[in-house]
Design a protein around this ligand. Structure first.
Ligand code: C2E
Ligand code: CA
Length: 546
């Protein structure tokens, strides 16, 4: 940064130096011309006015007035009126010229400086809100950091204003905007207010105190940013506010501005809120962005692999199958689990590509194991997007058939949360899949939406009780719930798998409740294909007390 600054300053000095040389040489040339063409009697002295304009352009009023005086004196008492006849000018003559030069210097200097300022203003102000824009903000923040000032940046985003503008007339949006700006100006009358667009405002507040900043924001927040009346409408606004106070690590204005913007991203997207900058949140956001950026390459570079977590039937002490779980080998980069990257893949539209990869690899593996005589059931996780996607479903069914796999070898795991959307459509899809021979498991059972309705209404074969219940199974209420879920599931003909079982005590309790199967670290963590095969071949129920 220091280096850049030095280069910038010396660049400016060099430019200025060249300008001075140019103006001095021009002045020498013009005034020699005046002298050698016979004195001020001729017309050449008027060329000095160009030099005065040039000085006004380069250095403003001060520069042009200084040059005017110098030129007025050069063409004054020492310059003859007529060189050939050696006639000097009258004092009145050259004084009058000097006065004209100075007058022009002041006038042109003032006009050009004013014009420059207007141009700067156009560059530095938002064309809609007429507040200073982010160019000016970043310059001002840089200056504050350089002067070691203590300050906070408040970023205010009326997140739904763009959406609102699609449905109401422009004058309502204008009113919301201007009421907001006026209220901000009242509350932050001692601070600078900037805007990044008609829905984003930034305040640079003196002092380094999160509490004060939050109080000041709340002062105008209730009046202004939760709902606003305009033309008889009461409009609900979603306003997200982020606050970041400048610290030693912020050596550029843009850092602190970005922190305030990141802070505003916290909380529910559809709820207003005031948030202060949180390092952990930023780290997570960065990670998610990095994951989104590197996911496409992960597929192309074969960075994925599938692991298999055994599912054990505790009634006859045998491994009945496994759940396929995706892993991403990210080398030296931070580890990211499928719960995170599957979600990102869904958001950025890559989930179909990922799911196709998983189905292809798992099916190929299962076919290989079948050749070795392993007759197991493998369950594959499918997201709500995938299950609703007709073309993905038909591709997957076709792929399974083309590999001579029996539909009964596969189970589709869908999380209970899926049923909060499009329940009727899902029911018909699941009915269809089951009629073709696939079995359906309801994943994360008990944590999602309306579990009681799910168990009775959704076509399924297996209920997978979520790990949440195992973690809290020492509580009497939870124990009874687990017992009840197992009994109820059995009564309506479903098989029960308990997930996330880590201890012998948990396993024994579940066994006493009549649970059918267990998947969890007590038996095994998810395994690579080679390790799964070894585990399968060496498995003995008595090693686990079953
Ligand atoms: P899930 O379907 O609920 O998978 C069970 C998760 O619990 C797995 O985490 C598994 O490793 C973990 N687990 C199993 N037993 C235990 C235990 O005893 N203790 C503890 N602490 N953990 C246990 P994983 O592999 O990180 O998967 C997380 C989630 O990512 C899965 O939750 C599933 O929703 C999703 N997922 C994984 N692979 C895929 C995939 O290929 N496709 C899709 N759509 N989702 C996947
Ligand atoms: Ca699962």
């Amino acid at each position: 940064m220091g280096k850049l600054k030095t280069i910038g300053t010396s660049g400016f000095e060099r430019k200025n130096f060249l300008r001075i040389i140019f103006v001095v040489l021009s002045a020498l040339f013009v005034n020699n011309l005046v002298y050698y063409t016979g004195g001020t009697n001729g017309a050449w002295a008027q060329l000095n006015i160009f030099l005065i304009v040039m000085a006004a352009y380069y250095w403003g009023v001060k520069g042009s007035v200084l040059l005017s005086i110098i030129l007025g004196i050069i063409t004054g008492p020492f310059m003859p009126l007529d060189v050939t006849n050696d006639i000097m000018q009258s004092t009145y003559n050259w004084m009058f010229r000097l006065f004209i030069y100075v007058f022009l210097g002041v006038l042109i200097g003032y006009l050009l400086t004013r014009n420059k300022k207007l141009n700067e203003d156009i560059k530095q102000k938002d064309s809609v809100t007429r507040l200073y824009n982010t160019n000016r903000l970043l310059n001002d923040l840089d200056k504050r950091i350089k002067n070691k000032e203590e300050f906070c940046v408040i970023f205010i985003n009326i997140a739904n204003l763009e959406e609102i503008s699609k449905y109401v007339s422009y004058d309502i949006v204008d009113k919301i905007m201007y009421n907001g700006i006026n209220e901000l100006k009242k509350t932050f009358c001692d601070s600078f207010i900037y805007s990044a667009s008609f829905k984003e405002y930034i305040v640079s507040l003196n002092g380094y105190d999160y509490e004060e900043a939050v109080n000041r924001v709340n002062e105008c927040f209730d009046k202004l940013y939760k709902s606003m009346k305009a033309n008889g409408y009461s409009i609900r606004l979603v306003t997200k506010v982020g606050i970041a106070c400048c610290s030693d690590e912020d050596n550029k204005g843009v850092n602190i501005y970005n922190k305030a913007r990141i802070a505003a991203d916290q909380g529910d997207k559809d709820e207003s809120g005031v948030y202060i900058y949180d390092k952990v949140f930023e780290k997570n956001e960065r990670l998610l962005n990095e994951v989104a950026g590197s996911l496409p390459d992960a597929i192309n570079n074969d960075e994925f692999n599938v692991v298999y977590q055994p599912i054990v039937n505790i009634k006859n002490s045998s491994i009945i199958g496994a759940e396929t779980l995706l892993r991403w080998d990210r080398g030296d980069r931070e580890k990211v689990g499928p719960d995170i990257f599957i979600d990102v893949a869904e958001r950025i539209g890559l989930i179909t590509k990922v799911s196709i990869w998983v189905v292809e690899h798992s099916v190929n593996q299962i076919v290989e194991w079948k050749k070795l005589g392993l007759n197991l059931k493998f369950s594959i996780n499918v997201t709500s997007q995938e299950i609703l996607d007709e073309s993905f479903r038909s591709w997957a069914i076709e792929f399974v058939k083309n590999n001579n796999l029996d539909e009964r070898d596969l189970s589709i795991e869908i999380t209970e949360r899926v049923f909060s959307t499009d329940e009727d459509k899902l029911i018909s899809i699941l009915n269809d899949l089951r009629s073709q021979g696939f079995s359906v498991s309801i994943d994360d059972f008990g944590t999602g939406y309306n579990s009681l309705i799910t168990i009775g209404n959704i076509p399924s074969d297996v209920i997978k009780i979520d790990k949440y219940f195992m973690d809290k199974i020492d509580k009497m209420g939870i124990r009874l719930l687990v017992k009840y879920i197992i009994e109820a599931s059995h009564e309506i003909g479903k098989v029960v798998i308990a997930e996330g079982v880590e201890t012998k005590a948990q396993m024994e309790l579940l066994k006493s409740y009549g649970c059918d199967m267990i998947q969890g670290y007590y038996f095994s963590k998810p395994l690579s294909p080679e390790d799964f095969l070894k585990y399968y071949n060496n498995f003995k129920g008595e090693d686990y007390g079953i």
